[in-house]
Design a protein around this ligand. Structure first.
Ligand SMILES: Cc1cc2nc3c(=O)[nH]c(=O)nc-3n(C[C@H](O)[C@H](O)[C@H](O)COP(=O)(O)OP(=O)(O)OC[C@H]3O[C@@H](n4cnc5c(N)ncnc54)[C@H](O)[C@@H]3O)c2cc1C
Length: 496
């Protein structure tokens, strides 16, 4: 007989990021006793969620909808902003288009159609939102015009979001154990009954009527990255939490859960080439307004294929595939005032030069002659009679280049020039567990595993190849809320 310490609860949740804490709030709201196990120490709580700006994508029909989740919007803010609309259909279309029509249609439809009601639910639980004037809008004729289908962020960014969700869950009675790493799901033929975990190094058990896995993906696990994503992913930088090492996925697969989704795919962006292995503030995302060149001095992606938040998640992989896994983003004086805040970081790999010839010599690792040839061909190919307009896909494109630039093509001819060295940084992984619309984990026989639920990054099937910015938090909130409700009902045997 084991002399382990044993806890009892209705619902145990693994992880304490956005998905987990939404699940905790929702299960507590339904009257369940909830214990959350979080692998990290308290001071690092919140997983990948704390690394975000709190930008969240949801469908809305106009400013009246926005007032419901941002009642503090002033008349001046409403008058001075063109928020537009972003319908459920647009969100769903974006999910389909960006994933090359591979997204799980049922889950994507649920995600988009429940996104606004989930925003209202978050707001009812004290999460506060504000418009993203700085990063998602440009001022046009004195008015902020928003672009890219994403317009709000949580107050205080990811840290603010995590703090509010934790406070709210605790207010509703949830307990959180930190330094508590789940290692095994307790399962028999009737379903799951809790988890085994290491709490400050001591193995303990928690017996529960339902278990929710919300422990993220495997971006911080070098071995799993290489195994699933392939060669070179071992040397990618890591943008997010060092604790997301695929534990929940591995525990669930061990008990027969169905793997699902794009295991060879990940969200990864371009960011500072000299960043440490775990890199905060890493990304460099103004590339739609400049060009990116590789060691051969050549462009290799359409920098202006779409708004930044529809391309950034796949361009990290494109950089990883280049010789030496690096590239340089190049801008001239016409554009540098549009560069995002992260370009002003102190620790940034940047070179400046008054002429293109001088710049060519300064781009470490790049063939200078080939670079100058690329710039000449690029400058000569631009349809300069189409006006440049950063607030919309302006169609100012190149003609007859092997690698086109479809929008925002500006000649590079006004010094001083600036160039930024970038490499690939992984944000999170796309492959995970198969769930149904109740967030119930499915097994390899396509049956529900009784009592087992999942939400957040650990869920597979939503994102393939690419990702619309802000959808990660939304998916975690929608499926966290659903998982919490259903896990609580299951615990009380309101459903079987
Ligand atoms: C730099 C960066 C910026 C981003 N910006 C945005 C953005 O603006 N908008 C957006 O929508 N998305 C953004 N994302 C993606 C977003 O962070 C994720 O989609 C989302 O936060 C995932 O939430 P989650 O709850 O599933 O995982 P997480 O928030 O990562 O939480 C998982 C938790 O599980 C814990 N855990 C892991 N293993 C165990 C274990 N064995 N036992 C116990 N606990 C465990 C981890 O410590 C972690 O706290 C960004 C990500 C990064 C890295």
């Amino acid at each position: 007989m084991s002399d382990r310490i044993v806890y009892q609860t209705d619902v145990v949740i693994v992880g304490a990021g956005n998905a987990a804490m939404c699940a905790a709030i929702s299960a507590s709201e339904k009257g369940a006793n909830v214990i959350v196990l979080e692998k990290s120490p308290e001071k690092e709580k919140g997983g990948n969620t704390t690394y975000t700006h709190g930008s969240i994508r949801f469908a809305f029909d106009g400013v009246e909808d926005l007032k419901e989740i941002m009642p503090d919007l002033t008349p001046e803010e409403m008058e001075g902003s063109d928020f537009g609309t972003y319908t459920d259909e647009q969100f769903y279309d974006d999910m389909c288009r960006l994933t090359e029509y591979r997204t799980d249609a049922e889950l994507a439809s649920q995600l988009t159609s429940e996104s606004f009601s989930t925003m209202k639910w978050l707001h009812s639980h004290r999460v506060r939102f504000v418009p993203i004037y700085g990063r998602q809008a440009f001022k046009v004729d004195g008015k902020f015009k928003f672009w890219g289908g994403m317009i709000v962020e949580s107050v205080g960014g990811g840290h603010g979001l995590v703090d509010v969700l934790h406070q709210e869950a605790e207010r509703l009675g949830t307990s959180v154990l930190f330094d508590a790493m789940a290692t095994e799901i307790i399962r028999d033929d009737d379903g799951v009954h809790g988890v085994i975990f290491k709490h400050k190094g001591i193995t303990k058990e928690i017996h529960a009527k339902s278990v929710i896995l919300a422990s993220g993906g495997f971006h911080a696990n070098t071995e799993m990255r290489t195994r699933y994503l392939g060669p070179k992913w071992d040397i990618a930088k890591v943008r997010g939490s060092r604790f997301n090492t695929g534990d929940g996925i591995q525990m669930a697969l061990t008990i027969g859960a169905m793997p699902h989704g794009n295991y060879s795919g990940a969200h990864a962006v371009g960011g500072d080439v000299n960043a440490p292995e775990f890199a905060e503030g890493f990304q460099k995302l103004s590339y739609p307004f400049g060009i990116i060149v590789n060691a051969e001095g050549k462009r290799f992606v359409d920098e202006g294929a779409d708004f930044r938040n529809y391309t950034y998640a796949k361009y990290g992989r494109a950089v990883l595939e280049q010789t030496g896994q690096f590239a340089w983003q190049v801008y001239d004086q016409k554009i540098t005032h549009l560069l995002r805040e992260e370009y002003k970081n102190r620790q940034v790999t940047k070179v400046t030069a008054n002429t293109l010839e001088e710049l060519a010599e300064k781009l470490d690792g790049v063939n200078p002659e080939a670079f100058l040839k690329t710039i000449k061909a690029y400058n000569e190919s631009i349809e300069t009679d189409i006006p440049f307009n950063p607030t919309e896909k302006d169609g100012r494109c190149t003609r007859d280049l092997d690698v086109p630039k479809s929008n925002w093509a500006n000649t590079l001819d006004e010094g001083p020039f600036e160039a930024y060295g970038v490499t690939c940084g992984i944000t999170f992984t796309y492959g995970g567990l198969k769930i149904n619309t109740k967030s119930e984990v499915q097994d390899v026989l396509a049956q529900t595993i009784p009592g087992l639920y999942a939400s957040g990054e650990i869920v597979g099937g939503l994102f393939y190849f690419n990702y619309p910015g802000g959808a990660g938090l939304m998916a975690g909130s929608v499926y966290g809320k659903i998982a919490g409700e259903n896990a609580a009902r299951f615990a009380k045997r309101e459903v079987t």
